[in-house]
Ligand binder design. Structure first.
Ligand SMILES: Nc1ncnc2c1ncn2[C@@H]1O[C@H](COP(=O)(O)OP(=O)(O)O)[C@@H](O)[C@H]1O
Ligand SMILES: [Mg+2]
Length: 396
């Protein structure tokens, strides 16, 4: 267990990925006095705006990752779609990478992740590997329609997924997913989507955050409501599933476990992210220790922090408005920032595009319904548009 935080020379944290998750992790690390370097292909990435330095390189630039990790005391990452083999090789050289890159490799492939979860006895939706048309038809026979077709690698915000509503939709779905490895999954007509942030230290200590109730539109998270409005029995099942994921997969770090809750109160794990997560942003203002500080504590070997919810919270994502691509501007601040309990985060992505995650806000209030009411008001005021917008389409 770490007892000291040295400043000269400092303890060096490297973060692969300089987006909003890297930024908020860097902010927590800087608060504690650590040195932070981020790797991201975009100069002046959001995380670089608060870190000590940035390496401008692609996430799959093996040489750059080697040089980054070799200069750091510990390396972490803000998303899954990176060169896990490079990190495995560096770990074999004796460098510390957390969460463990071997587990990252399992998780970054949706099929190997689901196989690992199922083998660990964790409830997941029924699924099948799909390598072509015949197997997709077989999945339709087994699961019925609609079913989900998912690319095993590289998907986020639903981008690698297709809902297949009939046999005639299989061929176009396969074509649009572009011939990569796929899996089919039974469509779960869930009553709620929930997620649990969970932290596990190198010594096996586990801390579980309260359940968030998540609302997605077009597979993009729009709003998280905490505590989730689900029965106590569901909360218990969800927390137990999160604990089992960490213990049985040997996770070290802060993980997000996304789950479906059925009308019958069954809890199924949809996916696991080995990192802080959008649905855990509420922890910054609403919990005793934020998910980002927790991640920094785990990877540097500090004791885990208290995860108690201090007050109800609603987190709303600020997405780039449709039809707007270009230099970003946030408007509506004059009205929104007057609202009590509103905490605004604007990430520092210079360019906006339709549906791009540009920021978020969290409203905390003594009463959940009050937090929801204020968040709804703020959401009507705050808009991310392009300055001097020409009205052209965007590309994420
Ligand atoms: N088997 C399923 N049944 C019903 N809805 C699903 C299923 N799988 C995914 N979804 C919906 O699509 C969203 C995105 O899917 P997910 O597999 O989590 O992909 P991503 O990696 O893009 O987040 C989920 O949050 C959920 O709303
Ligand atoms: Mg997901």
């Amino acid at each position: 267990m770490r007892d000291q935080i040295p400043l000269c020379p400092p303890y060096r944290i490297a973060i692969v990925g300089g987006g909003q998750l890297g930024k908020m992790t860097a902010q927590a690390a800087k608060q504690l006095g650590f040195h932070v370097t981020v790797l991201d292909p975009t100069p002046s990435s959001p995380a670089a705006q608060v870190a000590d330095s940035q390496v401008v390189a692609d996430f799959n630039d093996r040489e750059a990752i080697f040089s980054l990790v070799r200069k750091a005391d510990v390396t972490t990452y803000e998303f899954e779609h990176i060169d896990s083999q490079a990190l495995i090789d560096l770990e074999a050289e004796g460098y510390t990478v957390l969460p463990k890159p071997g587990l990252l490799r399992t998780i970054q492939d949706k099929l190997s992740q689901k196989l690992a979860l199922r083998a660990a006895g964790i409830p997941v939706p029924p699924f099948l590997p799909v390598s072509g048309h015949e197997e997709a038809i077989q999945a339709g026979r087994e699961f019925g329609y609609p079913f989900m077709l998912k690319s095993c690698r590289g998907g986020y915000d639903g981008k690698g997924n297709r809902e297949v509503s009939g046999e005639e939709e299989i061929a176009p779905a396969l074509q649009s997913l572009g011939g990569c490895a796929l899996m089919a999954e039974k469509f779960i007509a869930f009553a709620h989507e929930v997620s649990v942030m969970v932290a596990r230290g190198g010594d096996g200590d586990i801390r579980i955050y309260p359940l968030a109730e998540n609302e997605h539109r077009e597979s993009i998270l729009r709003r998280s409501v905490v505590p989730a409005r689900v029965p106590a029995a569901v909360q218990k099942l969800a927390c137990e599933a999160a604990r089992q994921v960490m213990e049985r997969l040997g996770g070290v770090g802060v993980f997000c476990v996304e789950m479906f809750v059925t009308a019958a109160g069954e809890v199924l794990v949809n996916e696991v992210a080995p990192r802080p997560h959008n649905s855990g942003h509420y922890t910054i203002e609403a919990c005793a220790t934020s998910q980002f500080e927790q991640q920094v504590r785990v990877i540097t070997g500090l004791p885990l922090g208290d995860t108690t919810l201090r007050c109800p919270a609603v987190m709303v994502n600020l997405l780039g408005e449709e039809g707007h691509t270009g230099p970003a501007v946030l408007s509506g601040c004059a009205e929104a920032l007057r609202l009590p309990g509103l905490h605004l985060h604007f990430y520092g992505k210079f360019q906006t595009a339709p549906q791009r995650k540009m920021g978020h806000f969290t409203v905390t209030a003594p009463d959940l319904n009050e937090a929801i009411r204020i968040a709804d008001m703020a959401a009507r005021f705050l808009r991310v548009t392009a300055q001097n917008n020409t009205g052209g389409g965007g590309n994420g």
